[in-house]
Design a protein around this ligand. Sequence first.
Ligand SMILES: [Zn+2]
Ligand SMILES: [Zn+2]
Length: 144
Amino acid sequence: MADGEVTGACLCGAVRFRVTLPSLFCGHCHCSMCRRNHGAGFVTWFGVLRTQLSLEPGSAPLERYASSEHGSRSFCGRCGTSLFCENTAHPDRVDIPLANMEGRIDRKPGFHCYFDHGADWVEVDDELPRLGGPTGIEPLRSDG
Ligand SMILES: [Zn+2]
Ligand SMILES: [Zn+2]
């Protein structure tokens, strides 16, 4: 594997992919769609340009679900692992769950988004910026 590349896979290994770094961002999403789609309290995503993501030769094709008017989520048709999230609002970018990677990327999670949509059973005690509001990425007033 070349420098600055990291591989990822679904649970069963039918889908395998490769990402060329650098990433654009990395953060925890607390929106209800992520929560339900991944069966998790929140989902840690990182983003790259679409040109930096490629399926490995022999990888199974992705299944796709249109999760909103603008967004689609892809997954493995064999094991159901949630994979990439794409949005027509930023068509040159693809978001990838950090948990699906087999190695480290170039940064740590740097923020919480849709924080005000988060599950009340998730406790967050880090110092990362908490973003939310209508767009999910506006600074939230600290609750003092
Ligand atoms: Zn799979
Ligand atoms: Zn989300």
